[in-house]
Ligand binder design. Sequence first.
Ligand code: NAD
Ligand code: UGA
Length: 459
Amino acid sequence: MKSMKVAVIGTGYVGLTTGVTLAYLGHQVTCVDVDPAKLALLRQGKAPIYEPGLEELMELARANLRYTDQYAEAVPEAEVVFIAVGTPSLPDGSPDLQYVRAAARGIGEHLGNGFCVVVNKSTVPIGSGNWVESLVREAYEGRYGRKCRGQFAVASNPEFLREGSAIHDSLYPDRIVVGAEDPKALEVLYNLYRPLIEQSFPAPTFAPRPERMEAVPLITADLASAELIKYAANAFLSVKISFINEIANLAERVGADISQVARGIGLDNRIGTRFLQAGVGWGGSCFGKDTAALIATGQEYGLAMPIVQAAREVNYRQRERMVEKLQRELKILKGRTIGLLGLAFKPNTDDLRDAPALDIARRLIERGAWVRAHDPVALDNARRSYPDLPITYYEDPLALAEEADALLLVTEWSQYRKLDWPAMAQAMRRPLLVDGRNFLDRRALLQAGFRYVGVGVGE
Ligand code: NAD
Ligand code: UGA
């Protein structure tokens, strides 16, 4: 394999995982970030985010990895430069592209003499490929006072990793999507990803290769199609989850069980069993932001996107339904103590962006309840990021249960299955558990003395 020189701009979930994975595959990777605290941790071999396997892979790839805040130390030599900075939502739903703009300018000002592929890995609106190309060009010409001819091409290479399984998803992707107008760019990226496509690298012990894993399909597309693939994928997954939640709400009324329904439809290969888990609904940094961005793009072209819109409405309404479940059981929420099990938007991460738990906590607090919360890894992030939220944090789930009126499981951390549930029931003022993920063993909970309320299960 030919080892290539790569620069990655932004060392968040996507940039760091991409950089570390490419370094593990044998490329020479320089990661650039503007956050000195992140860089300090990275230089000590520590991951600034909680992501299983990331630090281990950083260690294995150490010889091929460098970290810097200087574009000049990363870009001039690079054959491929990834833009992997954040694209958070603006109030109107469209993405804030200020970080992409700054990255593109920084790249343009430091382009070297060899041919370089500038890759949009951040999730960016359709048309961003052209826009980034114009920014890079303008910055280059502004700095050097001469035209840049054929020195670079822009490609789109959307990322599909999930937080909590980022390393697994990067080493064993379902597909790699690359969009570009310039065939040379496609060739460079094919060579870069060749070990992934052919799965010719040794699997790390902590991230074993899935059984029957074959070559990874490389989907080549034009720029606009690659950009749209990313939004369409996230929107489709959001719709799928909202759809099962809508059916779950009906299942509750008609006395059906949503787990049986999900299995019954999911085993039809055309539908598929994954992403049909009913519960508190989706959260995280991307489904909310990307569905909003897709709707904003639709509006620019005079299209309403009602299906995507409905997926959002169902999703955010689902959080309120959890509060209604508690209210139905407790009658009065004012003055009650509610313990939340799980704060992170999903297990195996400490990410709290658009986390359903925080939204539910706010709604409970508004209704006068006292809210406590436990999470195996996200408590520090919660204290740091939301210092004004009046939530009491507990390191020990049993202490959280002490004298509580109800527990609401929001995040399906595996350790919650192993709690001493009889002791939890004993400790509570009233042993009520609302299982917002249908995650716990209903029978065991009933035996432990709980009143158990799930999602999408008629009584
Ligand atoms: P993040 O917020 O975790 O990380 C972004 C990083 O970029 C930060 O470390 C920040 O300091 C750095 N940065 C900002 N401006 C910079 C600049 N001018 N130069 C260098 N570094 C700069 O973001 P993320 O979650 O990794 O997401 C990045 C992009 O990838 C977004 O567009 C997101 O939609 C997309 N995406 C995210 C995921 C995910 O699971 N988080 C998955 C797929 C795609
Ligand atoms: C999601 C996509 O799955 C990734 O492919 C994509 O790259 C990423 O967004 C992104 O663009 O950022 P992520 O948000 O990390 O990944 O996590 P998911 O596993 O997709 O879960 C998202 C939310 O949906 C979580 O809150 C999860 O609890 C919820 N979910 C998921 C359900 O409620 N039901 C399900 O069946 C599956």
